[in-house]
Design a protein around this ligand. Structure first.
Ligand code: HEC
Ligand code: HEC
Ligand code: HEC
Length: 131
């Protein structure tokens, strides 16, 4: 099942590439989800590897077409989590579960932080995202 969302990410990328070609039919131009400005660095892989699930940033992607803008990514949104990621982290087998929420069986935020080796850097430093 992991292939499906990653395939969707690739589709998004190629949709973006074609949207960048002005001689294409207007109908093939698709709305982008994120639209982060170039001066803000973002990378999916680290978030997924460190226990941040898709729905923490995209909401319930299964109930909504991926191309629809689920959330607009402001710096404040990024910083809210970077200040204190622990409560937002989930076990790695729950990354793609859009209905995940903490339960009494979920390891504590501190335990998840330790498991994912988070805490060595100040994640609110400007240079984390503006390089
Ligand atoms: C920490 C937040 C975060 C997490 C977690 C996250 N995303 Fe994203 N995603 C973003 C941001 C920000 C963008 C926009 C990037 C941009 O505009 O450069 C984005 C863009 C996308 C896009 C559009 C791709 C593109 O190139 O425009 C897809 C599809 C997507 N994400 C799927 C996923 C899936 C599937 C997962 C879980 C495996 C996931 N995302 C996890 C923040 C996140
Ligand atoms: C729900 C929590 C959450 C949200 C939302 C989030 N992040 Fe993160 N981010 C993390 C965690 C956890 C790490 C990993 C920290 C570590 O390993 O020390 C991380 C790491 C990063 C890194 C470091 C990558 C590297 O390779 O060094 C960057 C850059 C980053 N995030 C950018 C963003 C941006 C930009 C946004 C908003 C679009 C965002 N993040 C939103 C939790 C989040
Ligand atoms: C976790 C990632 C992250 C960190 C850390 C971060 N930024 Fe940002 N920043 C963003 C993103 C994403 C945007 C683009 C979205 C927006 O404008 O809200 C942005 C936009 C900006 C902008 C242009 C938009 C505006 O509000 O004027 C400035 C200036 C800026 N950041 C300065 C800073 C400074 C200074 C710091 C350190 C104190 C910092 N940022 C730390 C992610 C981050």
């Amino acid at each position: 099942m992991h292939d499906v969302p990653f395939a969707a990410m690739d589709e998004c990328r190629s949709a973006r590439t074609s949207a960048a070609q002005p001689d294409r039919e207007p109908a093939t131009r698709l709305a982008r989800i994120g639209d982060l400005p170039d001066y803000a660095y973002f990378n999916h892989a680290i978030h997924i590897a460190k226990g941040v699930g898709c729905s923490s940033c995209h909401g319930d992607v299964e109930a909504m077409p991926l191309m629809q803008k689920a959330r607009s990514f402001t710096m404040g949104f990024c910083l809210d989590c970077h200040k204190n990621p622990g409560p937002n982290l989930r076990p790695s087998n729950q990354i793609f579960n859009t209905e995940w929420h903490r339960t009494k069986d979920t390891p504590s935020p501190a335990a998840l932080m330790a498991n994912y080796h988070i805490g060595g850097r100040n994640l609110t430093d400007c240079s984390i995202c503006h390089r």
